[in-house]
Design a protein around this ligand. Structure first.
Ligand code: GAR
Length: 202
C-alpha cells in the first residue's frame, strides 16, 4: 500500500516520537511510514529512540549554520531529499519562519501541551506551559495537535484532549499526566488522519 513519508523533528527526550514509533508498530499509524528523524540538539535522547527503531537520523544545528535562514534551508534540503510528505513536530523547540511553513503548507503538524488557545504561543514550551496553567489555577488542561503556520501555535486545530488538574500537581506531575493521557494518544491519531488524507491525493 502507498504510504505517506513521515519525518519527525525533535529536540529532547522524544517520548512523543516513541508514541509514534509504537503506533506504527501496532497499526494505529497505517497510512504513513516514519522514515527520518531530525534533531536540532545532538544530545537529544530522541535520536537513540530513532536508532533503536532503525530509523534514519540527521542533526541540524543552528549554531553551526549561523542563521535561522541557513538552518531552515538545511532542514528543507534534507526533508526534500527524503521526499517527505508530512513533518511532525514532536517536542521540537524551535520556531519556524513563514518561509519554512509556507514551503510545507498543510503538511506540518505539532503537538502542544495545553488546550490552545490557552497557554500557547511564543515562550510557552515544555514545562513553562504547565507552570503557567498551574499559576493561573485552571482546573482542566490538556493537549492539542494542530497544523503549523507562521503564527506560533496558531494553525488549524486537528485534535484536542482535556486532562484534569489534581490537588498537589507540580508542573512535572502535570506534564507527565498530559503526555500519558493526551499527547501520546492524539499525536499518533492525528498523524494517521493527516497521512490518510495525503495518500488519497497521491
Ligand atoms: C511535550 O510535552 C510536547 O508537547 C512539548 O514538549 C514536550 C516534549 O517531550 N512541546 C512543546 O512545548 C512545543 N511548544 P518529548 O520530547 O518527550 O516528546
Amino acid at each position: 500500500m502507498l504510504k505517506a513519508n513521515i519525518a519527525v523533528l525533535v529536540s529532547g527526550g522524544g517520548t512523543n516520537l516513541q508514541a509514534l514509533i509504537d503506533a506504527q508498530k501496532n497499526g494505529i499509524i497505517k497510512s504513513g511510514n516514519i522514515s527520518l528523524v531530525i534533531s536540532n540538539n545532538s544530545s537529544a535522547y530522541a535520536l537513540e529512540r530513532a536508532k533503536n527503531a532503525g530509523i534514519d537520523t540527521a542533526i541540524v544545528l543552528k549554531k553551526e549554520l549561523g542563521s535561522q535562514e541557513a538552518f531552515e534551508n538545511k532542514l528543507i534540503e534534507i526533508l526534500d531529499n527524503a521526499k517527505t510528505d508530512i513533518i511532525v513536530l514532536a517536542g521540537f523547540m524551535s520556531i519556524l519562519s513563514a518561509d519554512f511553513t509556507n514551503h510545507y503548507k498543510d503538511r506540518i503538524i505539532n503537538v502542544h501541551p495545553s488546550l490552545i488557545p490557552s497557554f500557547c504561543g511564543k515562550g510557552f514550551y515544555g514545562l513553562k506551559v504547565h507552570e503557567a496553567a498551574l499559576a493561573y489555577g485552571v482546573k482542566v488542561s490538556g493537549a492539542t495537535v494542530h497544523f503549523v503556520n507562521e503564527i506560533p501555535d496558531g494553525g488549524k486545530i486537528i485534535m484536542q484532549k482535556a486532562v484534569e488538574i489534581m490537588d498537589g500537581d507540580t508542573p512535572e506531575i502535570l506534564q507527565k499526566r498530559i503526555m500519558e493521557e493526551a499527547e501520546w494518544k492524539i499525536l499518533p491519531l492525528s498523524c494517521e488522519k493527516v497521512c490518510s488524507e495525503i495518500i488519497k491525493e497521491k
